[in-house]
Write a protein that binds this ligand. Sequence first.
Ligand SMILES: Cc1cc2nc3c(=O)[nH]c(=O)nc-3n(C[C@H](O)[C@H](O)[C@H](O)COP(=O)(O)O)c2cc1C
Length: 378
Amino acid sequence: MTYLPAVPRTTTGPLFADTGLKLGVFGLNVTSAGAVTASPERHEIDWDQNVRLVRMAEDAGFEAAIPFSRWRGFEGRTNPWGNSFDPYTWAAALAALTSRITLFATSHCLTVSPVMAAKQIATIDAVSGGRIGLNVVAGWFAKELRMFGVETLDHDARYGYSEEWLDIVLRLWEGGEDFDFTGKWLTVESGYSRPAPIRQPHPPIMNAAFSSRGHQLAARYADLSFVSALDAASARKKVGEIREVAEGFGREQSVWIAASVVCAETDQEAQEMVRRWSEVDADEVAVRNAIEWTMGGAHMPEEQHRQLAKAVASTMAGYPLVGTPERIAAQLADLQASGVDGVALTWMNYETGIPRFIDEVLPILEREGVRQPVGSTR
Ligand SMILES: Cc1cc2nc3c(=O)[nH]c(=O)nc-3n(C[C@H](O)[C@H](O)[C@H](O)COP(=O)(O)O)c2cc1C
């Protein structure tokens, strides 16, 4: 049985307000999230630091904090992504320590029961006063999914599974009569979950994916599509394609892009940082594992593999925002002009990167009208 609601949409609140390009902090909960490098400055996680930096971003007006969902690392010398905080409990604790920013829980559908997920999100929704979002990922790292003992489904089957999972979550959030659900993969007997989230019609749903099958799921279920692109032209193309698919379902779609900031006084200095992290401080084994385990690197032409390795080591293959504050602000303005609604940012070192972005890039974005200053709409 497939539950086919009119798919209610969550389109109100600061995430969707008409205030220009939205900003998110992405991946703060995972070591080396923004760059797979052995640089001694690479990102290490600790709880007090996570709280401090999310609060700093909130005070500066960032609309969202989005964790990775990560359960093991890419080994090599430094095991990047090897230490991570669980996204649901991370978001719950931060919900109690913040007041305005939207926190997302990034969730692999295969690793958590939809009944548990619906309840956890409803609980964090209550704790946060309606500031939790659910970022659904189908998963791509077989070794980590196998730890859960879940059946390894092929790519499209993972999306079929995820759609059933979302059917159940949405139905539970309605808080209505008990219901039975019998799908191809999932079964629920007398489904029940109360209280319903306070955020109506439901907490915002995001989906992060690269493929058109992923964008199909996002078009039907998600309020925000979270994507990846390496240049402005491909970002524009992707935004157009996603909006077209969503229109096919009679829906609009906010599109967010993952981007990585490498900011310096000169463009040359920023490029030199990229070179250092990807060549001098390279963790070659970890980079190779990242590409082969999650990006199908084994079948890639050599030159593409080499380019990707450089990107993974310096910007984790996010949209590269590399250069002076002025250049980065101009790139963000271009992304906005391409139809991108929000950017979720990573840094090689969040501790130094976030304050620098706030002090040097954000004022340009506000001055140029790319986004409105904090407090202007609240
Ligand atoms: C911007 C972005 C963020 C992602 N974040 C995660 C994550 O935190 N954890 C994870 O396991 N996968 C993450 N993924 C990968 C998705 O799980 C993966 O893209 C998907 O399952 C593979 O399907 P696809 O071919 O549709 O991309 C992310 C993907 C994108 C584009």
